[in-house]
Design a protein around this ligand. Structure first.
Ligand SMILES: Cc1ncc(COP(=O)(O)O)c(C=O)c1O
Length: 380
């Protein structure tokens, strides 16, 4: 082990292809939010997701807000979201003036618990935003059964799940609309960036209108509605065109990395790998494990500190959204037991396409060393 060598938890994979496309965009002068790379990225991303259209946005949070705003969700409406997610899922609902209704997650998928979604539906429910947490798709076929016929929009927050499949269908094509993030730590990245894919042409048209300040596409500087500037730049789209070309290879490489970790830790009782439901191919966004016994997050916290000493950066799972000050009023007496347990025990290990095999094995060794030290130091 070379102690001077530190591993970040995430790092973008940028090659000569990204460099060539970005330079081409730069030299063309199309650096703002119009240009050939934008058109190409939207077309290629839609084709990849199997949807008729894709609407690129400045980031994944904007993608979430854009789809909910375009669906007309507003004050008095309720939107069901999982209690365990990144805060942007809930914030997008709040930006609309609607109320996020939090539902616990399922221990078998770490995604929103479908039975609890059914129980949370009221006459005010306008949308369900399921989240493909740590790359595992939510149970869209069953969610669809709940939403169909009730005029409830089913949105997939697929920020973390590019490349996942469920029953043979890839993310982006599993819900009425799906949102993506291309932040620097995501499987595809443009630094900041996002996209919405949808099967609904009217929803897509409304999103395009709102994304461009609400300007009438037939009449310049005429704004029939209050819109937003949620556009992506052609420079960022150039990066994304390159990333998408390399997408399958990057997903495969990440899959190998996660498989290597899981194999290396198979005999360790202290680490439980992320579950995978039948019919699911997880997107290998970040290798995710639960540390220690159920209900006890102490070992996870100590492991993170020890790994930091050993040069391995990690991430704890998200804090339950109903524990955050803006959302505490939405907490319930019976709590969110699965969310709380996963949040306390979950850890992400370094996962990025450019990690080499010896580096992955080195990180796995450091994890084993850290756990051995902690168990030697534990009181009898
Ligand atoms: C589940 C989830 N939703 C939404 C987002 C928001 O995306 P962005 O950071 O691109 O705004 C992220 C990631 O950052 C995410 O992980």
């Amino acid at each position: 082990m070379n102690p001077a060598l530190r591993y970040p938890v995430a790092r973008p994979s940028l090659t000569e292809l990204e460099e060539a496309y970005v330079l081409d965009a730069l030299r063309s002068g199309w650096i703002s939010s119009q240009g050939p790379y934008l058109r190409r990225f939207e077309a290629e991303f839609a084709a990849r997701c199997g949807t008729p259209t894709a609407v690129a946005t400045g980031n994944g949070t904007l993608a979430l807000h854009l789809v909910l705003a375009a669906a007309g969700i507003g004050p008095g409406d309720e939107v069901i979201v999982p209690a365990l997610t990144y805060v942007a899922t809930a914030n997008a609902v709040t930006y609309c003036g609607a109320r996020p209704v939090f539902v616990d997650v399922d221990p078998a998928t770490w995604c929103v618990d479908v039975d609890r979604v059914g129980a949370a539906v009221t006459a005010r429910t306008r949308a369900v935003v399921a989240v493909d947490l740590y790359g595992h798709p939510a149970d869209y076929p069953r969610l669809r059964e709940i939403c169909a016929g009730r005029d409830i929009l089913l949105v997939a927050d697929a920020a973390e799940s590019f490349g996942a499949r469920l029953g043979g269908t890839g993310t982006g094509g599993l819900a009425d609309a799906s949102t993506f993030s291309f932040f620097g730590n995501k499987i595809l990245t443009s630094g900041e960036g996002g996209c919405v894919t949808t099967f609904d042409p009217a929803l897509a048209e409304r999103m395009r209108l709102l994304r461009n300040q609400g300007m009438d596409p037939q009449r310049r500087y005429y704004f029939p509605v209050v819109g937003y500037n949620y556009r992506l730049t052609n420079l960022a789209a150039a990066l994304l065109c390159a990333q998408l070309e390399r997408g399958t290879a990057m997903v495969q490489r990440r899959q190998q990395i996660v498989a290597t970790y899981e194999k290396a830790f198979a005999d360790l009782g202290a680490l439980t790998p992320q579950p995978v439901a039948v019919g699911v191919e997880r997107a290998p966004w970040m290798a995710s494990f639960l540390v220690g016994p159920a209900g006890d997050g102490r070992l996870r916290d100590r492991l993170a500190v020890e790994l930091d000493r050993l040069g391995v950066e990690t991430r704890p799972f998200f804090v339950p959204i109903p524990e955050l000050p803006p959302y505490r009023a939405a907490a319930r007496d019976d709590g969110f037991p699965v969310t709380t347990d996963l949040s306390r025990r979950g850890i992400n290990l370094p996962t990025y396409a450019d990690l080499t095999d010896p580096e992955v094995l080195d990180i796995a060794d450091r994890v084993r060393t850290a756990l051995a030290r902690l168990s030697a130091a534990a009181p009898a």
